[in-house]
Design a protein around this ligand. Structure first.
Ligand SMILES: C[S@@+](CC[C@H](N)C(=O)[O-])C[C@H]1O[C@@H](n2cnc3c(N)ncnc32)[C@H](O)[C@@H]1O
Length: 443
């Protein structure tokens, strides 16, 4: 007999693309049992059967809304926005000077923080004043879209908005902030399921596509299909941005990675430009396209096999322990590229961001690790510390408490590779989490 929970997980994957890691199955059960009761089904098995047979109208929207992660904020991964402001938009402005028309797409827009950020940057750029520009903002979750249309955000969502932009484009509404309706009028919010083509989008190709922090939830096959379709929707000189710790490596050969200094973006190769050799990309983070070397006269020996993901991770750890931060970051990035679904790689990248003082980026990577494996107590402890340093005291406290509760009941998974070396062992993690909570109580 099949397990209704596993059947449901497969249904969710088929319908929404979201591949729930094993660690999230207890949460899936809880959410589904709640929905089963609300839908009047006798038990979980009856609910799953009815859902699979399409007998529960509107149920997918409700369930998907419960299961998807809507974590977002204005100016999330600020270095990407800085590059969009200072390089991408000016370049597009030069390229579109004749038509003065720009089209943008935010492909998993959550409650509108991402298209809102783009809109306020575009509106704030003097060179684009008077231009015809608009943003299509799409998401799977109708609740998130309704929230985006209301345009009201809490302090945490707008915390990273530069003060001058906040003063110009937000109005205080009690304890919330309203995004200027003139910006919202430029944004068309629509429901679109990336896992279910064909996508209903305008025919015109986009000058900039934001596909950030959604591919991580999909399996490689769907990631490939989504990226291929997004590439078709991208103007020949348009730009594609992924989330700060995501990469297209191994997913496609159509777009090239462009190194923007502190982040990467993707675009179609320019005429005459060649893609980097896959073998070289395997051992290095995505870089600007390199020319293919001229054929050699002498026969070259076959290239050694590319390092495995674990070898990259071990190399990163060895570099870090030897105080070679730059080499460690390169190896960790390669580990992540080699296996983007490896929580240890995300955790290590997070740790490196943290050590490098990039706390916001550390939070992103550590959250990605915990999404893939929620039981990693040491990673949660690290995340709690980062959040506390970012001034997010209540979120930090919640994670510290979860660390303590998990370890006190003897649960949690340790990250064997980092355990006791770069991260405290579980006993020490417990001691430090308790101390952090005591200190927070005294503050
Ligand atoms: C973590 S948020 C990312 C928000 C924003 N792009 C950012 O980076 O801040 C992920 C979003 O992907 C959406 N999502 C998940 N599966 C989707 C699908 N199959 N089609 C469209 N959106 C989806 C979720 O509803 C959620 O709003």
């Amino acid at each position: 007999m099949s397990d209704p929970l596993l059947d449901l997980s497969a249904l969710v994957r088929g319908e929404t693309g979201n591949d729930l890691p094993e660690g999230r199955l207890p949460f899936l059960r809880e959410a589904a049992e709640r929905r089963a009761r609300a839908a009047g089904c006798a038990d979980l098995a009856a609910y799953v059967a009815a859902l699979g047979a399409g007998e529960l109208r509107g149920e997918w929207e409700l369930l998907a809304s419960l299961l998807t992660i809507k974590e977002s904020s204005f100016f999330r991964v600020p270095q990407q926005w800085e590059r969009i402001r200072s390089e991408v938009l000016p370049e597009l402005a030069r390229a579109r000077a004749a038509t003065r028309r720009l089209r943008f797409w935010s492909a998993a827009c959550a409650a509108g923080e991402e298209p809102g950020t783009l809109a306020l940057l575009v509106a704030d750029l003097p060179t684009l004043a008077g231009w015809d520009w608009s943003v299509v903002a799409t998401d799977l979750d109708p609740d998130a879209l309704a929230q985006a249309e209301r345009g009201l955000y809490g302090e945490r969502a707008v915390a990273a908005v530069p003060p001058a932009l906040r003063a110009t484009w937000f109005a205080a509404r009690g304890r919330l902030y309203e995004l200027d309706p003139r910006l919202r009028a430029r944004i068309a919010y629509r429901r679109l399921n990336l896992a279910r083509p064909p996508w209903r989008l305008p025919e015109e190709r986009f000058d900039l596509i934001l596909l950030r922090n959604v591919l991580i939830y999909f399996r490689a096959e769907l990631q490939r299909a989504v990226v291929a379709e997004a590439a078709r929707r991208l103007a020949p000189d348009g730009w594609l941005f992924l989330g700060g710790s995501e990469t297209l490596w191994r997913l496609q050969d159509e777009l090239v990675a462009v190194d923007l200094g502190d982040c990467f973006a993707y675009r179609h190769p320019r005429p005459g430009e060649v893609l980097p050799e896959p073998a070289r990309r395997a051992s290095a983070p995505p870089g600007p396209p390199r020319p293919v070397p001229a054929p050699r006269e002498v026969e070259t020996p076959p290239a050694p096999p590319a390092p495995t993901p674990v070898e990259h991770l071990l190399a990163a750890i060895a570099h870090l322990e030897a105080d070679r931060a730059g080499d460690a970051e390169r190896a960790a990035a390669a580990a992540l590229e080699a296996d983007p679904a490896d929580p240890a790689a995300h955790a290590l990248v997070g740790l490196l961001h943290d050590l490098g003082g990039r706390t916001q980026e550390a939070v992103e990577s550590l959250r990605a690790a915990l999404y893939l494996e929620p039981d990693l107590v040491q990673v949660r402890w690290l995340l709690a510390g980062c959040l506390r340093r970012l001034g997010e005291a209540s979120h930090a406290e919640r994670h510290f408490r979860e660390v303590v509760a998990t370890l006190e009941r003897g649960g949690g998974r340790r990250l064997a590779l980092l355990d006791g070396r770069l991260l405290p062992d579980p006993a020490e993690t417990l001691r430090r989490a308790r101390a952090a909570l005591a200190a927070q109580g005294r503050a």
